[in-house]
Design a protein. Sequence first.
Lengths: 324, 508
Amino acid sequence: MINKLPFTVIGGYLGAGKTTLLNHLLTHAEGLRLAILVNDFGSVNIDVDLIRSHEGDTLNLANGCMCCSLVNGFANAIEQIRRRSNDFDHMIIEASGVSDPRKIAQYGQMYQLPLDGILVVADAEQVKTQAQNKYVGDTVIRQFAQADLIVLNKADLVSPADLTSLRTWLATLAPRTPVIDSVRSQVPIEVLLGVHESRSHDDHSSESCQEFHGHPHDDHHTEKFETWTIARSLPITRNVLDRFAPSLGEDIYRAKGFVFLQDDPNRRYIYQQVASRWSLEPDSAWGNEPRQTQLVVIGRKGATRIEAIDALLGNDVLSVYSSI
Amino acid sequence: VDREANDGYQQPSFIDAHGHFMNAPQVVKWANVSGPPVGSVQSIADIITVLKAHVEKFKLKPGEWIIAYGYDITNLSDGRECSRDDLDPHLPDHPAMLIHVSNHGAVLNSKGFAEVGINDNTETPPGGMIMRQAGSNRPDGLIMETAFLPIFGNMPQPSEEELLNTLDAAQQIYASVGVTTCQEGATHTKDLKFLRKAAEQGYLYLDIAAIPAVTEVPAMVKEYFPTFTGESMEIPDTAKESFGTYKDHLKLAGVKMFIDGSPQGKTAFWTQPLLTSGPGGEENWRGQPLFPPELINKTFKELYEKGIQVFSHCNGDAAIDMMIDAARAAGVKAEDNRRTVIIHSQFQRPDQLDDYVELGFSPSYFTAHTFFWGDVHVENTGKERAYFISPMASAVKKGLHCSNHCDFSVTPMNPMRMIWSAVTRQSRRGEIIGPDERVDVWQSLKALTIEAAWQIREEDHKGMILPGKLADLVILDGNPLTIETDKILDIKVVETLKEGNTVYKKAA
């Protein structure tokens, strides 16, 4: 069961906003049941009304989420979650400020869990100073190179010119890694953790077009996001998929959905992508469901890569919903 | 106590300046498949002999695990890894796990594989290794890293009663080599609870100085100061009253901070990169600290202001720099007499000795590294840095109090090897790892007695034979001060006394 539980690692130096990001996820989970492994939940400021029970090193929340402290070690925390793996949709591991998130990701993978992605949070105001610190500068820089997505937090504390130069600098440390500006770690959960099955179904039943907004009160400093829902009825070859992911570019943060694969037409495949990391995993047989490829793509507003989508869909456009 | 020692040479018993007592109850239940000098294994046939003797000694019932430590292919004359097929015919009834000397892997037999659920269909996890037999998917025996760690984490743990019942054997590891004060050098909350219970119920006859791990401090404050309302790393003003006094042979000596990992594992934190690649194949690797400097400074200041002695694990010079910065930021001066102990202090730079003098730091060195890993250190860091590891001679010249330790169970509890290594600094290959840092036998003995007592503030009653001091004594069958240097390793303990009572006596 636990094999199905995808996990995300959140890294970044002390004070970057990891805890704020975790709080944001907990309060905006909206039905997504998160199991969060934190270094010390003394530091996670969870709304008391949200806490249902507190047992040893775990906190159970009324919204179905759980926080588990890593104080007794990773193996112990994983065991707590393993026992209740059916109760959760996604696991998040908070990496300590000086650890390499890729190593933390390896710890998760050794329990045969699928890695969804590595997010690294940066403090826009402090990060350049931190990168020069004689003790931790090289660690801070290494963390960015390991990220799938970088959240450039506290974007409101620096000038637009500084923000641009920070992005240029980050691009040298982590080429082709998407960088998302934010204030108080307010980035939509769909961008951070991907669209989960339960929610993508909801998307189809209501409006396919959505516009997420990083922070409602601060247009100037945060990004607008956009989703596209793509569907195609003809089967797709693996070669086309191989070209699809890299062609999306760094303004596309995520893609997820089902694939109708030419060389295995009776089986449904699950496609997942976080920035340049992507995977295709066999799922169950299609059965009576209509056989079609159906992907939800999330990116920076206005970043639609029509040519990439064209390449995937060919001339068999069943539908493309854009959100603007 | 004035006692004649006709049968040997009497001196103050040894003090374990840094090690992990809570590893002892485990080690006594495990078989030792290490190569010399830690164990006796030189071939796969030797492994079988040791394991069969272990089953016999502990009267293991069918189905009970055989756990062994110290497995290492480099000790085996066979020139290949031990396989399940080597073990199966001799151990058909027991699952067996031979833990690799690095603690990052193990060899399992067929019953062991079945028990942990690894078979031909098990995929190798990223970052792990499952050795397979030629031309098939069948696991051969050895599994490493991420393939091993979760399995080890899920092994059945001994009950409290079982652990209590191993405490005599655990203390005999120390008493049999003349040690009467042990250190539990990174105590966890559950270990402290266990040790308190053991002390109250009279299981302890040697002194144990427990040093809680700093990461356990919030849990301990919650356990022992339930009404305290401070922040996560804050400590109640009255906490210091819990430190410094033995009760039923158990005391809290201070709090253990740790800044980096180990040099042989390449997880220590240096200012200059290694000459070889990092543990994950990284280029220009110099390791990294375990905590950010802001957190280290804040934690040290809190402990300092609350009057609690700090023992800090620092192996690399950059980790040592971080502790020096933290102490300066907290306003520490040598005259405060706080005796901050820098555990290992291995890759110390010469200039840092003056900082130790200024801040009243006291190094606890690990000279046995020159033997066990000296050759590896030369390869990784070059001669100049490697030759200055655990620089006891230079530290003594600066007037620093310095002890010597073995970090049990990282290396065996063996004071004679500690003395010999401080005096010779000879590596496994026979290279002298820093001739200038060798000390005389007298100094090496002080590091295991009076200096080690000073670091835990017990110099007024331990570490010398004088009226008014405890009769913590050891009688040796040779005099380390006069014996030929290479014979030091052969000196055996005849008898060990704790407060005048015999706690070990060599069988006639």
